[in-house]
Ligand binder design. Structure first.
Ligand SMILES: Nc1ncnc2c1ncn2[C@@H]1O[C@H](COP(=O)(O)OP(=O)(O)O)[C@@H](O)[C@H]1O
Ligand SMILES: [Mg+2]
Length: 340
């Protein structure tokens, strides 16, 4: 099965390390940027190659006139997840199981848990790349399942694990529909995202070509470019799925700094594989096999010797490496003693 079908065959080979859902996400991002109005997601995640193996689910309409969110929605950025249950196919067990939690406006929430616990699925459900089979998600009190997909997706910003960059100029990647006020606005967003030096270092500034797949940019830089796009669109909610491939330390800390400064008035969910990137979140949500294990401040979770989070922290510290120091420092300041 391949979600690239019917979209764009020029997308680079190399999805081997991506989940099917992740590939769907990338397909979706591409479709959005190209203003596609109808997208068919190939349902199911099995290996059935071509030949009618998969079922084809048509997506919800882009716009539902009777359920359009008001202009400026979401103005606060409050997220309420209520009894959310998600499965990829009817015969499979749910991947998210009656998940309920509330995120306050402007809150910075780190989402963690072991590989396969459902972090990316949660992100995809927020963007409705997967539809829940139970429960719902409200954003500023509106049920996101009731509105059209374009109305939803144009009001959220999503930074995938390995963003697809289009061949074209920096400008067309940041402002594909020419909706920004002008170059000054684009530069402002670039500056706030911390990419000014990099873009200025390119031969033609905003007119510089970025290569298909972003070959001349690192994964972290591509994520920052997505963040600059989000700043330009001034969305209230940012969801960032941390890059799984190694991001160099300076880009890593640039991403964290951008979240704290440029996105300080936004609600940010950071899905983290590396704990040190979320130890200073307002709260940390720990998923365990699709259920909510913990949702509390990092300090409270670290002080609790039996928390899941503390277990994950101890694994990082005992594992050594550069990140261990950052996590150990955060642990020490939360608990008053240092784990060795
Ligand atoms: N398209 C899919 N079809 C079937 N199962 C899937 C699909 N995508 C993910 N899964 C399964 O759902 C579970 C959660 O995956 P995921 O949300 O990617 O976890 P995480 O991001 O926490 O590593 C895993 O068991 C994964 O194998
Ligand atoms: Mg994931």
């Amino acid at each position: 099965m391949d979600c690239m079908q019917g979209l764009d065959s020029e997308v680079k080979e190399g999805g081997a390390n991506m989940s099917v859902g992740q590939r769907q996400l990338l397909c979706m991002a591409r479709a959005l940027l190209r203003a596609t109005r109808i997208l068919v997601l190939v349902g199911g995640g099995g290996a059935g190659e071509g030949g009618g193996g998969g079922s084809y689910d048509e997506e919800a309409p882009a716009v539902i006139e009777a359920a359009r969110p008001p202009k400026g929605w979401p103005s606060q950025g409050a997220i309420s997840v209520q009894g959310l249950t998600v499965r990829y196919r009817p015969e499979l067990d749910p991947v998210l199981k009656e998940l309920s939690f509330e995120v306050s406006p402007r809150e910075k929430v780190g989402v963690c848990g072991r590989t396969g616990c459902g972090k990316s699925t949660l992100m995809m459900t927020l963007y409705r790349l997967v539809e829940p089979c139970g429960g719902r998600i409200l954003i500023d009190g509106l049920d996101i399942g009731a509105m059209g997909l374009l109305d939803l997706r144009s009001r959220l910003s999503l930074v995938p694990q390995d963003p697809v960059i289009f061949s074209g100029s920096v400008r067309s990647n940041l402002d594909p529909f020419g909706q920004a006020g002008g170059d000054a606005d684009i530069w402002e967003a670039i500056k706030r995202a911390g990419l000014e030096d990099m873009i200025k270092g390119l031969d033609k500034g905003l007119d510089s070509e970025v290569k298909e797949g972003g070959a001349n940019m690192s994964v972290g830089q591509r994520q920052l470019l997505c963040m600059a796009r989000a700043l330009l669109r001034a969305t209230r909610i940012l969801v960032l799925d941390e890059a799984t491939s190694n991001v160099d330390n300076s880009t890593d800390s640039l991403i964290q700094r951008t979240i704290r400064t440029a996105f300080k008035d936004c609600t940010v969910l950071t899905i983290a594989d590396r704990l040190h990137t979320i130890v200073d979140s307002d709260r940390i949500l720990v998923l365990d096999a699709g259920t909510l294990a913990e949702f509390d401040t990092p300090a409270a979770l670290m002080r609790n010797p039996s928390s899941h989070f503390r277990g994950l922290v101890e694994e990082v510290i005992h594992g050594g490496g550069g990140a261990a120091d950052v996590v150990a420092d955060a642990f020490a300041s939360a608990t008053g003693y240092r784990l060795e």
